[in-house]
Structure formats: structure tokens, C-alpha cells
Design a protein around this ligand. Structure first.
Ligand code: PLP
Length: 440
């Protein structure tokens, strides 16, 4: 049979999937979700140890959220984003209260849009508030980081596979290496490695010309790119470098926001704040699509002016601040707070990592078990001393075997084509010890 004649299971075009591998296969159709469990149409049950795409923080099947959505939909389903309704204003208020600093919230629909928005905000901010002679438009981000699929967010992304075929991306983007303690030079301590990567960042800003650099865009901890836990000195060091050169700092907290790393927000772990933050996944736990770009007061103030000055933020998202999504998001974050889900995530994440280290720490294919809160990466290698990445084919065998045993596992994106060797475990934050044991 030629590739063109292959029998496809249906007419759905799935993301990041080579459909020829689905020929003759009937992928399971999920019909129900409850807690950490998914059930397919044949009654098979799976633990979703990826929480969707690390999104469903409060777990599946929350009737109280469904009730809020239904009520809001009946009352007022949609409103133009320039207009005002209770759910939208209340959700923005709630977010800035949770963050604990004065800020304004711009809503959109996806993490990509939230980052795209942050990039545009940073550029316009500098244009309106920068020093004479400056032309700050460049965005520095990091290899292995993921920021989204739209042109700017994709260009900021540091993973080759996500960009192959779609380049050149947007102009004005520069990448630096992130700390990767497991693969640091053997002579360096983790802290020294962090300092080395900071020097690299600083030199990049200098060589690009600081007066051309608008912002550093980064996840506090690289998540989908392989769970790269930064050295303790790194995140704070980035903040200091940004301040030294008048560069804004944008934290992409699309994954790390709302409890995933064991605290409500990822940046709190490193005691460092950005100028602009982006959130999505855990913001409404996937019950509705919604994202937010949160700008601190000094950024927002840089957009104030007389009407004719055109200093306002000149972007609009038809579905940004969707009333139902905001009502749902509000209920979702209340649940995360009321049930103290970040703390449960921390407990279960620590428990998971200690169990995995106990059971598999000496396994010849396990290079390192690392993570924070309820996000764990297991770096798989074919040779422990040479740290040779396990081949993608062998990793696929692992994830397929896990699914056949009722466990949905994640794996990192192909940061380099053919090199994809970190297993990702990030179940909903409601996971309990028994379910964690099962994943182990
Ligand atoms: N930023 C990070 C850190 C992500 O992991 C993702 C998605 O996985 C995005 C941004 C993009 O979000 P979305 O897929 O909602 O556009």
C-alpha cells in the first residue's frame, strides 16, 4: 500500500502526529473524565499523568465549574472585549489580588496569544517610554523553551522541530542557552553553571546592543523542553541583568502558573518578579480556553496618554475575556485556593520523585529524575556514563507500553530533530497517593 492509499481512521487532522502511523489503528475515543481518570468509549480507564497538556489542574469532571459555565451562558454568553461585565472585571481583580502586586490583566484565548501580546506590549512600551536614541525591539529567549505556535511566539521558541518548515519567523528574535545542570561541564558546580549561563545572557545583550533589546522572555523553569530546573542563582540573576540594561523581563507562566510547580505561581519559587507575566493552561484548567497577559503598573502606565497620542495598546482579541471563560476561570482559581492544590501537588510530586528514584534511580536507562511540584522529568539515556540520549523510537515504545497499561505519559518536544528523551509526568493537582503509586 502506498502512503497515499493508507486508510486513515477519520478526517481529523491531529497536531504533531504523523498520520501514517495511525493507518489501521483506531485511536481510543475518550468519553468521560473524572479526577485524574479518563474513560474511553469501550470503558477502558486511563490515568492522565499529563493533565491534558498540563492544563487540567483541578482535575476532570468538576460539576461546580460546569454549573457556573451553564449559568453564565444563559445569562450572557459573549460580549465584545471592549465592553465590561462582572465576570471579566472580577476575574482580573482576582488575578491581581492573587499575584499580590498592582497590575492590569489583558485577556486572550491561548498561551501563544498571551506571549504574542506580551512581546507587542514590550515593544510598544519601549517605543513610548524609551530613552532618546534607543530602538528596543529585540526579544531574547532560550533554546529548549516553548512559547507557542503563532509567528512571534514560535520564533521565540527554542525548539527546532516546532519551527522546521515555517521559517524564517518574525525578525528581531535572539536565543541563548538555558542552564541544563545535568549536562553542564563536569568541572562546574550547578551554581557555577548557572553563573556561566548568566554571563552568556549578559554578553548576548551587550553584543546585540542593549539599546536594541526590548525584553527577555522565559519560562521560570523550562517545562515542555525537558523540565530543566534552573540553579538557585539563575532566575534572580536574569532579573538583575535585565535591570542593569533596561531590558524588560517577561515570565511565560503558561505552564508554571496556578500550582503546577508547587506554589501558586512559578516565579515565587525563585523570589523574583517579571514586568509582564503570561498565563493560560491552569488559568481555567481547560474548562474553557482563556489566557492572560498581566502587566505590572509601571508597564500599564506607559500606555496612558491623550486620545490623539495613540499610546494605548492597539490590539483586540474577539474572544479575549470571554464572559463564560472568565466566570469559569474565577471558579477554577477559587477551587485551587480552597483546596490548596499547589500544596497537594508539591506533596504528591515529592512523593512521586522519591518513589521513582527508589524504584528506577539505578536503572541503566534512567539518567536523571528531576522536577518541581507536580511536574517531573525523567531523562532517559542509552548509556548512563556518556549520557547518550535514548532514541526517540525507544521512548515511543515506552509511552505506548504505558498507554496499553492505562497510563498516559508525556515526553518532551523534539528540541533537536530525533532527540526527544525526557518523559514528563504532570497529573492533575488532585492526584492522590494510590494513583501516584499506579503511575510509578
Ligand atoms: N508557553 C508554554 C510554556 C507552553 O507550554 C505552551 C503550550 O504548551 C504555550 C506557551 C502555548 O500555549 P497554547 O498552546 O495555548 O497556545
Amino acid at each position: 500500500m502506498t502512503i497515499q492509499n493508507m486508510q486513515m481512521p477519520d478526517h481529523l487532522w491531529r497536531p504533531i502526529t504523523q498520520h501514517s502511523t495511525l493507518s489501521g489503528i483506531t485511536p481510543p475515543r475518550m468519553v468521560k473524565g473524572e479526577g485524574v481518570w479518563l474513560t474511553d468509549d469501550k470503558g477502558n480507564r486511563f490515568i492522565d499523568s499529563l493533565a491534558g497538556l498540563w492544563t487540567v489542574n483541578v482535575g476532570y469532571g468538576r460539576k461546580e465549574i460546569a454549573a457556573v459555565a451553564a449559568e453564565q451562558m444563559e445569562q450572557l454568553a459573549y460580549l465584545a472585549p471592549m465592553m465590561t461585565s462582572d465576570p471579566v472585571v472580577d476575574f482580573a481583580e482576582k488575578l491581581q489580588t492573587m499575584l499580590g502586586f498592582e497590575a492590569h490583566v489583558y485577556f486572550s484565548v491561548s498561551g501563544s496569544e498571551a506571549n504574542e501580546t506580551a512581546i507587542k506590549m514590550a515593544r510598544q512600551y519601549h517605543l513610548q517610554n524609551g530613552k532618546q536614541g534607543e530602538n528596543r525591539f529585540k526579544i531574547i529567549s532560550r533554546y529548549r523553551g516553548y512559547h507557542g505556535n503563532t509567528l512571534g511566539a514560535m520564533t521565540a521558541t527554542g525548539q527546532a522541530e516546532r519551527k522546521m518548515g515555517y521559517e524564517p519567523g518574525a525578525p528581531g528574535f535572539v536565543h541563548v542557552m538555558p542552564p541544563y545542570p545535568y549536562r553542564r561541564h563536569e568541572k562546574l558546580t550547578v551554581e557555577e553553571h548557572g553563573a556561566e549561563m548568566l554571563t552568556l545572557l549578559e554578553e548576548t545583550i551587550i553584543h546585540e546592543g542593549a539599546q536594541t533589546v526590548a525584553a527577555v522572555l522565559m519560562e521560570p523553569m523550562i517545562t515542555g523542553g525537558g523540565v530543566l530546573v534552573p540553579p538557585d542563582n539563575y532566575v534572580k540573576g536574569v532579573r538583575e541583568i535585565c535591570d542593569r540594561y533596561g531590558v524588560l523581563l517577561i515570565f511565560d507562566e503558561v505552564v508554571s502558573g496556578f500550582g503546577r510547580l508547587g506554589q501558586m505561581f512559578g516565579h515565587r519559587i525563585w523570589g523574583t518578579e517579571a514586568d509582564i507575566f503570561t498565563f493560560a493552561k491552569g488559568l481555567a484548567s481547560g474548562y474553557m480556553p482563556i489566557a492572560a497577559t498581566v502587566a505590572k503598573k509601571h508597564i500599564f502606565d506607559g500606555f496612558l496618554g491623550e486620545p490623539g497620542e495613540m499610546k494605548h495598546f492597539r490590539q483586540v482579541n474577539t474572544f479575549g475575556g470571554h464572559t463564560v471563560a472568565c466566570a469559569v476561570g474565577l471558579k477554577n482559581v477559587q477551587i485551587i485556593e480552597d483546596e490548596d492544590l499547589p500544596a497537594n501537588g508539591q506533596r504528591m510530586g515529592d512523593y512521586f520523585r522519591s518513589r521513582i528514584r527508589e524504584e528506577l534511580g539505578d536503572h541503566p536507562l534512567v539518567g536523571e529524575v528531576r522536577g518541581m511540584g507536580l511536574l517531573t522529568g525523567i531523562e532517559m539515556v542509552s548509556d548512563r556514563s556518556a549520557k547518550t540520549p535514548l532514541s526517540e523510537d525507544r521512548l515511543n515504545v515506552l509511552t505506548r507500553t504505558a498507554i496499553a497499561n492505562g497510563i498516559i505519559l508525556g515526553r518532551n518536544s523534539n528540541t533537536i530533530p530525533g532527540r526527544c528523551n525526557v518523559l514528563l509526568i504532570a497529573p492533575p493537582l488532585v492526584v492522590n497517593e494510590e494513583e501516584t503509586d499506579r503511575i510509578v
